[in-house]
Design a protein around this ligand. Sequence first.
Ligand code: 3HC
Length: 455
Amino acid sequence: MDIDDIEQITVLGAGTMGHGIAEVAALAGYEVVLRDINDDLVTEGYEEIEWSLGKLAEKERISDEVAETTLERIRPVVDIEEATANTDVVIEAIVEDMDIKQEVYADLSEAAPEDAIFASNTSSLSITDLSEATDRPEQFCGMHFFNPPVRMELVEVIRGEHTSDETMDTVVDLAESFDKTPVRVRKDKPGFIVNSILVPLMNEACWLVESDTATIAEVDSTTKYDMGMPMGAFELGDQVGNDVTLHVLEYMHDVLGDVYEPCPLLQRYVENDRLGKKTGEGFYDYENGGADVPADQTSDEVRERLLATLANETGKLIEKEVAPPADIDEAVKLGAAFPSGPAKQCDEAGLDGLLGKLETLHEETGAARYEASDGLRTAAADGGFYADDGEDGNDEDRAGPTSSTRSVSSTPARWSGRSSSTGPTSSTRSISNSSRSSSRHSTRSRPTTTCGQSS
Ligand code: 3HC
């Protein structure tokens, strides 16, 4: 299957991510089938898309006409055979349960055309294991979007053990045609790149509150107004869904051990159905004003603890060769709208100090999550995550040729020779709308939109 062969996309699951992905695909000009297990769920998802398109039009990110034609491209369906009979790509965004997903993939294998590609939006589950539940593991990969899909620019494209090069290339092209920036994830590791950084950060934010070291207001004030994240850590947790964060953590805990022991605070919020925006209440009350993050409660201790967590997790991704520092930074900036990537932020804060902080916390608490990773120790000894590569993580070093285009990260020296995170043929890729709309899908009407760009 080539990108030019793709006309119809089926999205399985009409929840937050599923309907968001369906909206993105329809905005890109594809015919989209949105499928869920009953009429209520699929109608709810469809109505959410209608709301979102209305909001994008209200904010003048798209025109009213584009909103209308985009909605017309989406067909809500319940029957799985009807949903997949003529489809080219199935993007699965159903509940994060390996058994349920495997059952659905078995049904899907029977219903979908032989050459259709299957891509899973799983936040963390093994792409290899999921692919083995299908009749086409080589036509299977991860395609991980970020919440809200219509606003977040990144798509992680994850290779499982059986994924063919052709499938990877087609899904990378598909993500680009969605006006997203794909990053290839080289290892099928729980959490891939961005959740491997964000989810432990969220867990540590919870441990800070659970241990009475800080309040939710102090953590969010620090993350938003000192570290420059677009939302406070707890506000982001509410946006993503506390059940989703807990699920990723539990999976990382199962597969990778006690380092990822979920904080009881997070477990209590989930047990009490305080899942975040989607249930009206999480760490903040969305029926009564929502998140109200104070600008004046920043804390040096919170900042240092969270940066130490970022440094440790960044070190693990590098040590395990999941991605080099520049790709980690690029992915986190695009997937979570960080102003600066974790490797760069931690280099600037000083790795020696962050390593020392982890060692002190480990001595004091004995908790596995404070064991410093080899990747962090090596980088600290080298003088920084970027020290070895002659890069300092400055965006200017990777800037595209004009101000209206931006390149994806270049590959640092010690990673050269391995496949790049960028597109299949180039080490830099323009993501300007104009260049993309004139490339593929010349026969499909493709609205010009800025809604894929995170602001
Ligand atoms: N569609 C359309 N509009 C939407 C929307 C959607 N899906 N979601 C929110 N909006 C609207 C809001 O209703 C609001 O409208 P209002 O002003 O009329 O109330 C408006 O968008 C807010 O947009 P702004 O541009 O004014 O606000 P921001 O500049 O704060 O941008 C944001 C919002 C893009 C969400 C920004 O806060 C952000 O980037 N946050 C970080 C999100 C993030 O990190 N996501 C990744 C999480 S990890 C993940 O998803 C992985 C998974 O596996 C767990």
